[in-house]
Design a protein around this ligand. Structure first.
Ligand SMILES: [Zn+2]
Length: 275
């Protein structure tokens, strides 16, 4: 059975001077995982972060971007997990996409496998893979008057993750380093992830844009650390599979999108591929 879809949510998370930060979040219901994609709207153009997962949300995100009436200058893909780049093949094939070298190589080499791995989703996944063609490297760049800082973060929720910071605005695009109000997608290496989040809490940013869920503050970043510590402890105590899932569901009844467990548990405790 195909997962049902429902209305996405669009939010202006910050407005200051000529700059508006928009978040666009797919459904929290029916097994969806509240994929969050974002737009930095400046005086003359738009910069997008991630491309959504399922076809209807990728289209809706594109429609939302077009409704702002400015050209899309580029789109940054945060990492290789398909819920962040599948949408490139639907709504953004005409847009210049940037990614880390590692992300680009992964999509080039495994993108088609990843698509066929999701055959159960039928026509909710795009019919083709679009590989980002531009490399983003760690460093600074000014785009339409706004300073961006790009970083490569390794061994957290995924192996290679891009972060984008706007230091003059206090805005931090953390994508899947932060799950806002939803259950986290856990990886085997939680220790370094915790350290990276701890570092975030000491930096001078106050708006954190996640890869899943609503725009977040430092309290939510801290809650992610607490979740990771609890999950790591549970694994240390010998919990696996369904017992591990029940533990987290009971401990965090307020968090949404339990569908994420079905995606990562076979990878965390088994040898399922992480495409
Ligand atoms: Zn994700």
């Amino acid at each position: 059975m195909l997962p049902q879809t429902s209305e996405p949510i669009a939010i202006v998370a910050k407005q200051t001077g000529d700059v508006r930060i928009h978040s666009f979040i797919s459904s929290f219901t029916y097994g969806n995982i509240a994929n969050a994609t974002h737009i930095i709207e400046t005086k003359n153009k738009l910069v997008l972060v991630d491309a959504q997962f399922l076809v209807p949300y990728a289209r809706a995100f594109r429609d939302y971007a077009d409704s702002l009436g400015k050209p899309i200058d580029r789109l940054y893909v945060s990492h290789r997990h398909p819920d962040h780049w599948f949408g490139l093949g639907v709504g953004f094939s005409d847009v210049t996409a940037y990614a880390l070298t590692e992300t680009m190589s992964f999509i080039k080499e495994h993108g088609e496998d990843s698509l066929s791995d999701h055959w159960k989703l039928g026509n909710l996944v795009p019919g083709r893979v679009v590989v980002p063609e531009q490399v983003v490297s760690p460093g600074d760049e000014t785009i339409d008057g706004v300073r961006y800082v790009f970083d490569l973060v390794t061994d957290t929720e995924t192996d290679f993750h891009l972060t984008i910071k706007l230091p003059d605005l206090g805005v931090y695009f953390a994508q899947d380093l932060v799950y806002s109000g939803t259950h986290l997608y856990l990886s085997k290496d939680m220790g370094h992830w915790i350290a990276v989040l701890q570092e975030m809490l000491l930096e001078d940013y106050d708006l954190f844009l996640p890869g899943h869920g609503l725009p977040a503050d430092k309290n939510e970043v801290a809650r992610n650390i607490e979740y990771l510590l609890a999950a790591r402890q549970a694994i240390g105590d010998g919990l696996t599979g369904d017992a591990f899932k029940s533990f987290l569901l009971q401990r965090y009844p307020e968090r949404k999108c339990p569908g994420i467990f079905d995606i990562y548990l076979p990878r965390l405790f088994g040898n399922a591929s992480d495409y």
